[in-house]
Write a protein that binds this ligand. Structure first.
Ligand code: SF4
Length: 340
């Protein structure tokens, strides 16, 4: 086990990055908050995991909850704080309560107050600003990026916010067992063994499908890095692609119609938009309306989708609205040969 500053060096040396999707270097975040001369700081574990087709954090909390809490305590020790939050979506908590409650209690017995915050499941609820607002009892909507949560997080104090997998990785580094791997959630119709797997950071998507016994017996394409925001690739492009974002691989039969693919995607963005800004709120609604009159056999109105996607990409207040551009554009270009 490392001493405080040694752990920071070990995290830096391991090249640990946040696993919430943004891949921000963990050591840089720790150092920035540690250097702030503030009387109080919080560490928050984000177990919201609201993106479709991603369940790695659930997997960790189900199988390795003690390690996740260990990472949380290590981060608290590093910042010399005794108070933090465990922010979890209600669906997860209902299933995992028997594992989580004893760990919260044992932390408390050791002098660490980790407040349990149960959120109503949503994608936006896991977004940094929305999460901080939720804890403060405000509307669950994103905030301006400045000041950053590292400076002004909750109740006027700095916050170190990590997702579940990141804190698990911290615990692995602390005991010298971090091995440059990450978790991949594999899903899709017709796969032999869809599940969560540990894979190498640099492992190719197709190699992962083969190694896990999930290489499809049919022609397919994939969405990599999240069922909402992930990039869509042909099976050939996936040969050289590695995991990105929240680390998921979703397999689609090549026979999936554009209508079916987009219907789910547009419905997700429309449902999850928090309503704060017009580009996302109205854009997602318009996309759903444009698709409503179509069918599996329709020629879809790409010329009408295109300006809406552009406005959502450029004008949305937070990453939720912006993130629709990558899956739609990559799907259109890579699978259909259409530039959006
Ligand atoms: S982009 Fe969407 S989710 Fe984000 S603030 Fe605007 S309406 Fe809310």
């Amino acid at each position: 086990m490392y001493l405080r500053d040694d752990l920071l060096a070990a995290i830096e040396q391991a090249g640990l990055v946040g696993r919430g999707g943004a891949a921000f270097p963990v050591a840089r975040k720790w150092r920035r908050i540690k250097d702030l001369q503030k009387p109080k700081k919080y560490v928050i574990c984000n177990a919201s995991e609201g993106e479709p087709d991603v369940s790695k954090d659930f997997f960790l909390l189900e199988h390795y909850p003690a390690e996740v809490f260990k990472g949380l305590i290590l981060a608290m020790d590093f910042l010399q704080t005794k108070e933090g939050y465990f922010y979890i979506n209600r669906n997860y908590y209902q299933v995992l309560q028997a594992k989580i409650d004893p760990l919260l209690k044992s932390c408390q017995e050791r002098g660490y107050l980790i407040n349990l915050f149960i959120e109503e499941p949503s994608y936006i609820g896991g977004e940094t600003g929305a999460l901080l607002n939720a804890i403060e009892g405000k509307k669950v909507q994103p905030r301006y990026k400045n000041p950053s949560p590292s400076v002004l997080g909750i109740f006027g104090t700095p916050v170190l916010l990590h997702n579940v997998e990141t804190l698990y990785d911290v615990a692995c580094v602390a005991i010298g067992k971090f091995d440059q791997t990450r978790l991949a959630t594999i899903s899709g119709e017709g796969l032999a063994k869809p599940d969560v797997y540990r894979v190498r950071n640099d492992q190719g998507v197709i190699d992962i499908l083969r190694q896990t016994g999930n290489y499809p017996s049919f022609d397919f394409f994939v969405q990599v890095g999240g069922g909402a925001a992930g990039e869509v690739l042909t099976s050939k492009q996936a040969e050289t692609a590695t995991l990105s974002g929240s680390g998921s691989i979703k397999v689609f039969p090549k026979t999936t119609s554009p209508y079916t693919f987009l219907q789910k995607l547009f419905a997700f963005y429309d449902r999850e938009s928090c309503g704060k800004c017009s580009p996302c709120r109205d854009g997602a609604w318009q996309l759903v309306q444009l698709l409503a009159g179509q069918s599996e056999q329709s020629e879809l109105p790409w010329a009408k989708f295109s300006p809406i996607i552009k406005i959502m990409d450029k004008g949305s207040f937070c990453n939720l609205g912006k993130s629709i551009a990558l899956p739609v554009r990559s799907y259109a270009l890579n699978i259909l040969g259409i530039k959006v």
